[in-house]
Design a protein around this ligand. Structure first.
Ligand code: SDX
Length: 421
């Protein structure tokens, strides 16, 4: 048996044998037999748009690996900047390499003062922080025109480091704008996560970072760092394939992440738990989901047809934070929802399990983050993944993304003057 498939065009009786390569069938091959025929896949659920060496998912077995390293081991032993180095460069760094990388990120955390102050001032006080973040990320492209030199690998890495460094500053500034509080400048004496927490929460007196919060932040950032060809990473690749600069491509990725079906789900989960309100309302809510009236936010996944391994790790990290903050009152409702759903045929038959967003918001809220900051936190974590994919796509000299369509509209017809319509 050869590792290939044969397809036959029954209109002509012609057949073509096509080798299977890296788990896929090359479109350039079947196109020889079927010119002008397109494989229709509107949600891209069964289509590969890239060959990637960054992240491997096994949805049936709930496996997630960054550059071959299991997420469970990285969450337990690594740091967010070490994982960022791994995603961008493909290998775990030596101590000297990591120290150099951390230094480079640390010394790029500042955002142009005029830009940061005047951009945010242009927005209402209650502007959603994701709207501010998207503007901030895309606007950075105007400060670094050399970032358009996307053919230079060193320039790509330099701007990737710049953006990774500035995301916490932009994010914390959006939060401070919302609260009407003065901006807090980055503190280069602090690590990535503690510096972010300080920029977020320091007010009036020095902010002491609780070690449990720092550890939880590191774990959450690591767990969100990449997830192969998800919606927002696909947006980064598609927009980046036009050879625009990285800030514009990642600004587009932020836009994709904003949606409640994707990164906006963590905020939607807390709203759902609030709407359910009490333990006794869980069963009626689940009936509403099964009747198609509601969606169980934080459940389901295009790839995972098993428990999302990140959800399991986050659930444990939540208890470590709650040991400091006290349990989030919505946790009991979330646990009951999970218990009921995992035993109900509707969810079991559709292989719907908790995903990364189901428990993350409970931790964020207990740490003091307002709900409209949850997707911003997701974006900070996902930025290294977006940039690693953007860089990989360019290093592979990929073609501009331009899918085909199945036209179902009107055939040719003559223009009708308005008086005759
Ligand atoms: C993220 O792609 C990634 O990797 C994303 C992500 C990452 O790290 O980048 O993992 C992050 O986006 C996680 C997902 C966060 N979103 C949510 O929690 C929102 C709720 N989930 C759903 O909207 C849904 O599950 C999706 C969007 C996540 C996946 O949608 P799919 O793959 O298109 O699945 P589907 O809508 O075709 O659902 C299949 C069936 C349908 O029922 P039937 O039409 O067959 O009867 O399952 C049902 C759906 O109605 N279903 C749900 C459900 N999710 C799917 N029913 C109730 N509640 C849900 N949450």
């Amino acid at each position: 048996m050869t590792d290939s498939i044969t397809i036959t065009d029954n209109r002509t009786g012609e057949s073509l044998e096509i080798p299977l390569h890296n788990g896929g069938v090359d479109a350039a091959e079947w196109r020889k037999l079927l010119p002008g025929i397109w494989f229709h896949d509107p949600g891209l659920a069964t289509t590969s748009g890239a060959e990637s060496a960054i992240t491997e998912l096994d949805g049936d077995n709930g496996i997630l690996r960054y550059r071959g390293y299991p997420i469970e081991q990285l969450a337990e032993h690594s740091s967010f900047l070490e994982v960022t180095y791994l995603l961008l460069k493909g290998e775990l760094p030596t101590k000297a390499e990591l120290d150099g990388f951390v230094h480079d990120v640390t010394y790029h955390t500042f955002v142009h003062e005029k830009f940061r102050r005047r951009m945010y001032d242009a927005y209402h006080y209650d502007a959603h922080p994701m709207g501010l973040l998207m503007s901030g990320v895309s606007g950075l492209s105007t400060f670094y025109p050399d970032s358009k030199d996307i053919g230079d690998a060193d320039k790509r890495m330099e701007n990737a480091i710049r953006l990774i460094a500035k995301m916490p500053t932009l994010a914390a500034s959006a939060f401070r704008h919302r609260r009407g509080q003065p901006f807090v400048y980055p503190d280069n004496e602090l690590g990535y996560a503690p510096n972010f927490l300080k920029m977020m929460f320091e007010i009036g007196s020095p902010y002491e970072v609780d070690p449990a919060f720092e550890k939880a932040m590191e774990i959450l950032l690591i767990l969100h760092a990449d997830h192969e060809q998800n919606c927002s990473t696909t947006a980064a690749r598609v927009v980046g394939s036009s050879h625009t600069d990285p800030y514009t491509a990642i600004g587009a990725a932020c836009g994709a992440l904003y949606g409640p079906r994707h990164g906006g789900a963590n905020e939607a989960v807390l709203q759902m738990l609030d709407d359910i309100g009490t333990y006794d309302n869980v069963e009626p809510f689940i009936e509403g989901v099964k009747a198609g009236k509601e969606r169980l936010m934080g459940f389901g996944h295009r790839v995972y047809k098993n428990y999302d391994p990140r959800a399991r790790i986050i659930k444990q990290a939540a208890y470590d934070v709650f040991a400091v903050t006290g349990t989030n009152p919505l946790l009991d409702i979330a646990l009951k929802l999970e218990e009921v759903a995992l035993e109900d045929e509707y969810f079991v038959s559709r292989r719907l399990y908790p995903n990364v967003d189901f428990y993350s918001g409970l931790i964020y809220e207990s740490m003091g983050f307002p709900r409209d900051m949850f997707t911003v936190l997701f974006a900070i974590g996902r930025t290294p993944g977006w940039l690693a994919h953007w860089d990989e796509m360019l290093a592979q000299n990929s073609r501009i993304a331009r899918p085909r369509q199945l036209y179902i509209g009107a055939s040719e017809r003559p223009y009708v003057p308005i008086g005759e319509r």
